[in-house]
Design a protein around this ligand. Sequence first.
Ligand code: DX5
Ligand code: ZN
Length: 217
Amino acid sequence: MEKCLAPSILSADFGILKEQLETIDEAGAQYVHFDVMDGVFVPSISFGLPVLRTIRKYTDRLFDVHLMIVNPENYVKEFAEAGADIITVHAEACKHLDATIDLIKSCGVMAGVAINPATPISDIVHILEKVDMVLVMTVNPGFGGQSLIPYTLDKVRELSVLARQKKLKIDIEVDGGINMDTIEDVLEAGANIIVAGSAVFNGDIKSNTEALLAKME
Ligand code: DX5
Ligand code: ZN
């Protein structure tokens, strides 16, 4: 599977977001990771549809929308219409995950399922055939700048083996605490979509992006 970098704009400077999106685009980041938080499923409130609609025109990169919200099924259609290319919902936030994945795909966008650190791979084994991507949270969701939780690497490995055994063409995304010190570990474990927020937006964005991409070659 192709290795892609997905900078999380949660860590961006929202006063110059257009310029910062152009910088990561020009530096070669393939995705833009868009962290939607409702203050209920996770302790923080971030941003939502108006921001997505605004920034959609600033880059053609894939918009990777991570819904850290309760009842995500209520917003899937609007996020698809606003410009999401992939919509990822948390298994822990869905009463009817199978139906929600079907709903996402009926909107013509790719479907992802996310699991928190303590949620086992076994909770999503039956949905793997239907999704395009699995997001293995490597921190407890809600904040940027946290440290990767080491045991989550075992889950990435387990998922990678399972996908191979089942001959599934799914992307494995990791999210939280990914930086120059941890990126090789997650790649080795089998992740191919790498979310990085503070490691990209804290400091020189262009060189941070290029350095992480160089580790992914
Ligand atoms: C955390 C978000 C992550 C976060 C990553 O809840 O889902 O995408 O922005 O931030 P870093 O890369 O700084 O850990
Ligand atoms: Zn995220």
